[in-house]
Design a protein around this ligand. Structure first.
Ligand SMILES: [Cu+2]
Length: 447
């Protein structure tokens, strides 16, 4: 079927091309020059401009009617301001669109070629130049000032009683953090990130845990290196030689002199050490734990140990770092609440979002609040909004019992980008308080 349609189109195009050719030929036969255009032709072309104008305006208006109202109502004060700004800009653009296009089409029709009309030479008019420079400048200035104002309101300082929520992005999920009863966020450091401490919150426990984890890894790697078969065999030969120096030099009795012996003389303790090491090596070799490793693999493991030790050093340095006077910085983060997959916000309250990223650029997008901000590794970003409609009310408004507010990643950040989202629940302050008190306190499960 598709092939048939394609065939019809192709044949149609060929037919039109042939017709045009025949028309040209016949015109030439009648003694017409190609550039001679008849009055009827000009009139037809002129009228087509008007027809096309109505088609263009008609489809534009139809699209606005059909698709113009694609957004659900804004659920934040800031969102209403953004919608106003968008509406203002759109109204301006639509106005200019209709005026400019109407002029293009109507003038093309009205001033189509006429043998009896000569063109008026109109090289310059200062007044006209001033008008079409000044008016757009004023309009653009208003757009920019209005936009900047909305932006600075959204990113301006939050009030004292605002609720601060941290949103932490990484490939490929979001984590929300709420301050604990002390109303303060603990500081963070990426060196401390472990599965139990995904945000790297700095606490005494967090540091100890991270150090333990590193020690574990180093020990494991060392164990693997110590059981490398090639190295073990080489060491074994070395040790046996030092125990029996005579074997060292083959069958030559020559060097088996007193002088040589005194050189290799060893204390009983030293000899015992070597012997116990030899036993250990033999045990390893016989137990089957000894493995052959390529040089590259061996070096890679050594390198890894080096890096782990460097990491350990950084954490140890952190331990010596003190924040403020008489202020126990280590305890601030202890009661922070960590939330995954869904976070809640109270209605009618100013909320200040702080965004952080672990790995790459992400973008926190909350379409129903009309809010979006890049999250940048190493550079916290922020904005504030004020919620105006609870999830329940929005469900009623939209007549959709399954509706949920959502936080999305709006920056293509990797293979599972599409799945990087979090549900937002907006509810009354009481409901919110009840929910928050049930959330996991950071590292509480350890105690
Ligand atoms: Cu992302």
């Amino acid at each position: 079927m598709k092939l048939l349609i394609l065939l019809v189109i192709v044949v149609g195009i060929i037919a039109v091309a042939q017709l045009a050719k025949i028309y040209q030929l016949s015109a030439r036969l009648r003694g017409h020059r190609e550039e001679d255009i008849s009055e009827a032709d000009t009139r037809l072309q002129g009228s087509l401009w008007i027809v096309f104008m109505f088609v263009l305006f008609g489809t534009t208006i139809w699209q606005f009617v059909r698709y113009g109202d694609y957004l659900p109502p804004s659920a934040s004060l800031h969102g209403e301001a953004v919608d106003m700004l968008m509406g203002y800009n759109l109204a301006l653009v639509i106005f200019v669109f209709f005026v400019v296009n109407a002029l293009i089409f109507i003038f093309s029709f009205k001033y189509r070629f006429d043998k009896n009309r000569t063109a008026h030479f109109f090289p310059h008019d200062t007044r006209l130049e001033v008008i079409w420079t000044v008016i757009p400048s004023i309009v653009l200035a208003v757009i920019i000032i209005y936009g900047l104002q909305t932006w600075s309101e959204m990113t301006g300082p939050a009030s004292d009683d605002s609720l601060r929520v941290e949103l932490y992005s990484k490939q490929f999920d979001w984590t929300a953090r709420y301050a604990g009863d002390d109303d303060a966020f603990g500081s963070t450091n990426f060196n401390l990130i472990t599965p139990l401490n995904p945000l790297g919150i700095v606490t005494q426990d967090g540091i100890d845990q991270a150090l333990l984890k590193i020690e574990d890894k180093i020990a494991k790697l060392n164990e693997e290196l110590n059981a490398e078969k090639g190295h073990l065999l080489a060491e074994k030969v070395e040790l046996e030689r030092s125990l029996h120096p005579s074997d060292d030099h083959g069958h030559s009795g020559h060097e088996h002199s007193d002088h040589d012996d005194s050189h290799h003389e060893m204390t009983e303790g030293y000899k015992n050490n070597i012997e116990s090491r030899l036993t250990a090596i033999n045990d390893l070799l016989n137990s089957g734990t000894a493995k052959v490793m390529t040089d590259a693999a061996y070096e890679a493991k050594e390198d890894k140990i080096y890096r782990l030790k460097r990491h350990r050093q950084r954490i140890l340095e952190l331990k010596n770092y003190e924040v403020g006077d008489g202020f126990d910085a280590w305890e601030v983060g202890k009661d922070d609440r960590i939330v995954k997959s869904e976070f809640h916000l109270p209605i009618g309250r100013e909320i200040e979002f702080v965004f952080r990223s672990r790995d790459v650029l992400h973008s926190a997008f909350m379409p129903h609040f009309r809010a979006q901000m890049n999250t940048v590794p190493g550079l916290p970003t922020r904005f504030k909004i004020e919620t105006t409609i609870t999830t329940d009310s929005m469900r009623t408004i939209l007549d959709n019992p399954d509706f949920n507010y959502i936080l999305l990643c709006n920056k293509v950040c990797g293979s599972a980008h599409f799945n990087m989202q979090m549900t937002i629940v907006v509810e009354t302050q009481e409901e919110y308080d009840a929910w928050l008190s049930e959330q996991k306190v950071y590292m509480a499960e350890k105690n």
